[in-house]
Each structure stands twice: as C-alpha cells, then as structure tokens.
Design a protein around this ligand. Structure first.
Ligand code: URP
Ligand code: ZN
Ligand code: ZN
Length: 460
C-alpha cells in the first residue's frame, strides 16, 4: 500500500528539511510540500517528529558459536529488536573458527537469516586463515554480493589470523576492492596477561580490562595499519574503545593509510567500573576490547564530533547472565565476551549524543546510517531519504520518555547493560521498503520480509 508521511522534519546527514515523503513500490517516490496521496494511500501525520533514514548497524553477531556457548538471539528476535530500536539494516559478522571450511560457514550464516529476518541484512565474511583454497572461495563469495571481509587479530585458537595470512587477505582485498573490517588487539599479549593475572589469583570479571589494556589495543591498531600501509588495502577498525587506539588510527591516516574507525554505543556510555561490580555482576559488562576508564569516552565523542570516527555500531553479542556468563565464574577468561545493545543504540545516541549536544542530528544520521551505507556499498539505496532510495524510514518521537529494562526489551537475553537508563525519544513508526514494521513503538511487521542485500565491491 502507498504510504505518505506528512509534516515531519526530515533529517539526512546533509541537513534538515520540512517536507512530506511519499513511498510507492518499496521506494521513496516523491519528497515535497503538500504532497497529494494517491487513492488507497496510508497517511501518517509526523507533526513534531523527526523522519530519519532507516539506521544501519554495521557490526552485529546473531549466530555466534563462541567461547563454549552460542549467542542467544536468532534472526527473528534480533531483527524485531533492531526494528523497534529504529535499525532497518543489519550487517552480521560471519565468524568461522580457524579450522572451519569457509564456504560451508558462509552458507550456515546465510541459512540462519534466510526467511527469519524482519529487516534487510548483509554480512562481512570472516577470514580466520588463508590457505591454497581461500582466494578462490573468497572471490566467489564477493561475486555473490558480500563486499567486505572480517579479520580478528585477537582470540588466539579461535578466530585469530596469522600475520602471513593477514598480509595475503589484505592483498586480495585490495585487488578486489573489498574493505576489511578488523578486531585489533595483540593476541600474544592478551594471552600472556591473562595467564599472569590468573596465576596471581585474580579471577574475577574486574581483571578482564587489565588483561587487555589500552596499549594492547593500540598495538593491534598499529599492527593492522602497518599491514594496510604496505598492501594499500582499506581497513575498518571495529569497536575502537580508547584514545590510545584512536590516536594510532589517526596517525596512520595522516601518513596516507586508508583507515576508517568504528565506535560502539557501549564504549561511549559505559566505563570499566561496571565490570568491577561485585557478586559477579561485572560479568554482564565483559566484552572485548573491554570497557575503559571514563576519560576515554570524551576522546570517542570528540572523535565522532570531528569526523575522525565514522560509525557507531553495537557489536551486539548477547549471552545470558545466568547459564552463559557464569561459565567464567571462577575464571574471567572463560566469560563469554559481549554486551547486547542492538535495540538501544539509536535511543541512547539521540539522548546522550544529540540532546547533550555532543553531536548534531545530521551527524547522528551520518554515523548511524549514511557512513555505513557508503562504506559497505549500500548507498544510496540505504542511508538517505532521497527519491529512488528504499523506503526504510524511522518516524522518531522526541517527546517520548522511556527507561531501558530487560523486563520489557525485545532482545532474547536475560539482562540489559543499560538497565534503568532514561531515554529521551524513540522510534514511533518504522518501515522496511515501505511496509510498516513498527507502530507506536511495537513490532507489527512480518518476519521474513528482510532481504539479503547483495553489494558490489570497489565503491570506496
Ligand atoms: O566482546 C565482544 N566484542 N564479543 C563479540 C565478538 C567480537 O569480538 O566482536
Ligand atoms: Zn571483536
Ligand atoms: Zn564483533
């Protein structure tokens, strides 16, 4: 059914505009004042509300076998939660372990999403090793529309890649025009620090951060950007948590390295004191890179405001507190790493970024939608309200007042790291290609509406 959204303030990365938006056949067909609705059109009055392009989360985990367990959401629960929170496109990490066959892993990850997602989606292809078959397999996967890779410098024995293999992946990526996303922490130092702390009897979650200090992350960034410099590949540093790592990326960029930086809503708003909470409560806040000393948050916000950091993602990785996080009750190195936040990213970014004047509304759209679309080959289909773009729209009510709670969230996980946090606005209505999926903040959509988005390499 055609859809007309009237009287809202359109917010694109380029600025604000008071206009109506008419959607026909899944795309935006007209933007203007006093638009007339064809017969049978559903008309939404957006007075007093913002109209954003659907938000894109460029870093999520939904199917994730990891640390002896598996992340809790499936595509149905995750896409529903994403849409309630205003995110209309998800980019999931395909995370094969080092011993896995890459093509088989690719098919497993695709099969988990197929027919079960309410929002559109695509993947970054994880590359845990590079052997004689890898180049051919990756070339084929890129031809099938997966225009980005993922490498881990951390998690030795699981996802981590060796240096000679990293060089080969980056060479291939450069050749193919594929961007390489990377988890940057020095795996050797993490393992050594973990052993040292455990041998001193330091077993609680509060020791997770000291086992992977900011210097270890900064070294990871320096390592990756040196490889990028020598291969000419475009690299994208995921979940940058601290000033030291950000500064390494900026230094690399200043000497000509093609490097883009991602921040997470968790690192922007939570600090390491959360992981120091007693009674093992800190385990809820164990992720890698860890939550940091609070002063790093200023550096991240500053990086976003000045454009040194391009995107804000969630790295959504949901593990229950009871039954999963407690695998590490006697040993912090066994706590499954991850802090869920898929549903809350936009409300938090609006409340603590825009309302607190750390960023502007267009900047919020840029870092939570447009940049990801441009970097990962989805623009201008996604990431902008423009004629011809997909009608993925978020009508956002800035008057709404909410409080985040696990009891009411839609994510399939038994805690919320932002429990009790006030939010000053929320998506009231969300569309995916012109179909209303969220109304009055509630999911009313169709599971299975989500499409796999095929992307072309060489867009940056
Ligand atoms: O702690 C995290 N970040 N868990 C998910 C896996 C990863 O490193 O992205
Ligand atoms: Zn990671
Ligand atoms: Zn991740």
């Amino acid at each position: 059914m055609p859809l007309l959204i009237k009287n809202a303030t359109i917010v694109n990365a380029s600025g604000l505009l008071a206009a109506d938006v008419l959607c026909l056949d899944e795309t935006i067909s007209e933007i203007g004042t006093n638009l007339r609705a064809p017969a049978g059109t559903e008309v939404i009055d957006g007075s007093g509300q913002y109209l954003f392009p659907g938000f894109i989360d460029p870093h999520v985990h939904i199917h994730l076998p990891f640390m002896g367990t598996s992340a809790k959401d499936d595509w149905t629960s995750a896409s529903r939660a994403a849409l309630i929170g205003g995110t209309t496109t998800l980019i999931e990490m395909i995370c094969p372990a080092r011993g896995d066959e890459l093509r088989a892993a690719y098919e497993v990850w695709l099969s988990h999403a197929a027919g079960k997602s309410a929002c559109d989606y695509t993947f970054h292809m994880g590359v845990p090793r590079f052997d004689a078959q890898t180049a051919a397999v990756l070339r084929q996967i890129v031809k099938e529309g997966i225009a980005s890779f993922k490498v881990f410098l951390a998690y030795a024995g699981a996802f981590a890649i060796e240096d000679d293999e990293l060089f080969a992946v980056l060479q291939l990526a450069k050749q193919l025009g594929v961007i390489v996303t990377a988890h940057c922490e020095n795996a050797t130092l993490v393992a050594a620090m973990q052993q040292q702390l455990l041998s001193e009897g330091k077993t609680g979650p509060e020791w997770h951060e000291p086992s992977r200090p900011t210097s270890v992350e900064a070294l990871g960034v320096q390592h990756l950007t040196t490889f990028a410099e020598l291969t000419g590949a475009h690299v994208y540093i995921v979940h940058t948590s601290c000033a030291a790592a950000l500064n390494e990326a900026i230094a690399a960029r200043q000497r000509g390295v093609n490097v883009t930086v991602e921040a997470l809503i968790q690192h922007l708003l939570l600090d390491k004191s959360y992981a120091e909470r007693g009674d093992f409560e800190g385990a809820k806040f164990v992720m890698s890179p860890p939550l940091r000393a609070a002063e790093n948050q200023d550096a991240l916000w500053e990086g976003l405001a000045t454009g040194q950091i391009s995107t804000v993602a969630t790295d959504h990785a949901p593990f229950d507190f009871v039954g999963q996080k407690d695998l590490g009750r006697d040993d912090f190195t066994k706590i499954p790493n991850g802090i869920p936040s898929l549903q809350d990213r936009i409300n938090l970014l609006y409340t603590y970024g825009v309302q607190q004047k750390r960023i502007t509304l267009p900047q919020m759209v840029d870092m939570a939608s447009t940049q990801a679309a441009q970097l990962f080959g989805l623009f201008p289909r996604k990431g902008v309200i423009a004629v011809g773009s997909d009608a993925d729209l978020v009508v956002f009510d800035p008057q709404y007042r909410g409080v985040i709670a696990a009891a009411t969230h839609a994510m399939q996980v038994d805690y919320n790291a932002f429990e009790g946090t006030a939010t000053g606005g929320r998506p009231s209505l969300v569309t995916v290609r012109g179909q209303i999926q969220v109304h009055d903040g509630k999911f009313v959509g169709t599971i299975g509406r989500g499409q796999l988005l095929r992307r072309q390499p060489g867009h940056f």
